[in-house]
Design a protein around this ligand. Structure first.
Ligand SMILES: [Zn+2]
Length: 563
């Protein structure tokens, strides 16, 4: 431009003045991060080099030179030396107490064969002679011939006290004979309404209890003492920060658990923020709604926020309890926990009271029931923008995916669920059958249908280590790279899409996108520094990424040794 007219010059000057007024003043940053590779998550400027923090919020993002201009005498300068920065990770679905306990209890997730499981249980039992019960979690169906264990197998390693081991998905329990005797569970014990006592050919209980039948034994397991719960929560929260996580969505808890969590978050230094969902009441009376509303108002801001209600529509695939339109191989279409009419009524009551509702739904019929209930609530109450959520969305009918976008419903999925280990390939997939397996865990199809998809872990079902989740969502392989090319490679996501689901979209799913989920001036200074650029490394190397620093509201919640 050679010559500018006076009016144009005036506009240029006015714009420059406005920009100067909006820019933060020199010397006002508490900390600046320079020379980095920063992914902001902001569509207009996704990649920058540096950012500045003041107090609990982000002051500015831009070039290193621009950020240095905001530094003053007391400003801490962090030279990132080319390392990667992302918005703090958000896990949109986990269970804090179970996750915390999983760090110290008997976990069978890695034991892929029956001998491995039994050796692990036997060793653990003999090294914990003080425990009145042998309890643990995490066994996978593929470890057992036929897909389910038996009490006789467990008796062989624990016979002198009761043993109770819960499957990795939390929907099936495995008891030894001692535990069955204590529970007075015999061939004449009837199945509870939403559960199954698995029996052998002669009608004897095999030791396996599905869904609500689990309570027949689990009610006898000694309750954790308050200090044990608090210890587990503290460990869990610290571990989440070490994985780069700054916010989590707690998928259901009762009032007592909420009080414990509030106490722990108060006592402990910065770890993570918690967006909590209370357990759904099957019949939400005015009294129940009033009590839950009281809790919502009490925990409306700060590091613990109550904003949602969580319920279960169905079970899980491996136990054939996820509700399906077509039968499983061998029969049965799953166990819906509600009639549609009851679900519609309960969801509408919560919707009317202003709650976001999160419904666990895995089978195509369960997902349809959840969507139908949300659509019914919106029509009945004339509401919109509640961002109700379907949790898991494992086996949707493809024709139902547009209903998410149309209804403003969030698809809350778990990045590690398609992890193609033995359990997945040898039990999960055959239990679905070929046609259903093709539309299972279809993350790309969910994105393509225009839904907001928030990623979580369902910890302790899978680890909450976000780097692992990103690796699975991007490669659809195991850490060892199998199967070659990935399981259902058409459903692989780009690293950027996967990262967005763990940040911006997860923030949206908690109505927090104005405060979190991206790195932008005015938002919370919740961020993570990683050893390598997640968007640039070959996908199979994502798993090598190390968390170096996690920052929560400007304060370090985790710092690795040597950073
Ligand atoms: Zn869950």
């Amino acid at each position: 431009m050679k010559r500018s007219t006076p009016w144009l010059a005036a506009i240029v000057l006015a714009l420059a003045a406005a920009a100067a007024a909006a820019a933060p003043a020199a010397g006002t940053a508490d900390r600046i991060f320079v020379n980095g590779r920063v992914w902001t998550g902001e569509p207009r400027s996704p990649r920058v080099e540096a950012l500045a923090v003041r107090g609990t919020t982000i002051l500015a993002t831009g070039t290193s030179a621009e950020m240095r201009r905001l530094a003053g005498k007391g400003t801490e300068v962090v030279d990132l030396e080319g390392r990667f920065v992302a918005p703090g990770f958000i896990d949109a679905h986990l269970h804090l107490l179970g996750g915390g306990l999983s760090l110290e209890e008997l976990r069978l997730d890695e034991d892929e064969t029956l001998p491995a499981v039994l050796k692990h249980v036997g060793d653990w039992a003999s090294s914990h002679p003080d425990r009145n019960w042998v309890t643990g979690e995490g066994w996978t169906y593929a470890a057992f011939p036929g897909g389910l264990p038996t009490r006789a197998q467990l008796d062989a390693v624990v016979s002198n006290r009761p043993a109770w081991l819960v499957s990795y998905d939390g929907h099936t329990g495995w008891a030894n004979s001692f535990a069955l005797r204590l529970a007075e569970l015999t061939r004449s014990t009837p199945d509870p309404p939403s559960g199954v006592v698995v029996r052998d050919g002669s009608g004897e209980p095999t030791g396996v209890l599905k869904e609500d039948a689990m309570g027949l034994v689990s009610r006898l397991v000694p309750k954790l003492l308050p200090y044990e719960k608090e210890r587990a929560l503290k460990q869990g929260l610290a571990q989440l920060a070490a994985w780069g996580i700054t916010s989590v969505h707690q998928a259901g808890l009762d009032e007592e658990a909420l009080e414990t969590l509030a106490r722990v978050l108060d006592e402990q230094g910065p770890t993570v923020r918690v967006y909590a969902a209370l357990d759904i009441a099957p019949d939400p009376t005015p009294q129940i709604l009033a009590r839950q509303d009281e809790l919502r108002r009490r925990f409306a801001s700060g590091r613990l926020r109550v904003g949602a209600i969580k319920g279960y529509v169905d079970g899980v695939v491996e136990a054939k309890t996820a509700a399906m339109f077509e039968p499983y191989p061998g029969g049965g279409t799953g166990l819906p926990q509600w009639t549609q009419a009851d679900l519609d009524r309960a969801v509408a009551a919560y919707d009317r009271a202003g709650w976001q509702v999160m419904l666990h739904a895995i089978g195509d019929r369960g997902i349809d029931m959840a969507l139908t209930a949300f659509e019914h609530a919106a029509r009945a109450n004339g509401t919109s923008g509640r961002r109700h959520r379907v949790e898991h969305v494992e086996v949707p009918r493809l024709a139902d995916l547009p209903r998410f976008r149309a209804g403003g419903i969030v698809a809350s999925t778990q990045a590690l669920f398609p992890y193609p280990n033995r359990n997945h390939l040898e039990v999960y997939v055959p239990t679905l059958g070929e046609e259903r397996a093709r539309r299972a865990l279809a993350f790309k199809s969910i994105d393509d249908a225009g839904a907001v998809q928030a990623f979580g872990s369902d910890w302790p079902v899978f680890t909450a280590e976000v780097v692992r989740g990103l690796h699975t969502a991007v490669t659809r392989t195991t850490l060892a790279g199998t199967p070659a090319g990935g399981w259902q490679p058409a459903q692989r996501l780009t690293p950027e899409a996967a990262l967005r689901h763990f940040t911006r979209d997860a923030a949206f799913a908690a109505h927090e996108e104005k405060q979190a989920g991206t790195l932008a001036p005015g938002k919370r200074a919740d961020l993570v520094v990683l050893s390598q650029d997640l968007l640039a490394v070959p996908p199979e190397r994502i798993q090598d990424t190390k968390v170096l620093l996690t920052v929560l509201g400007g304060q370090d919640s985790y710092r690795s040794k040597g950073f």
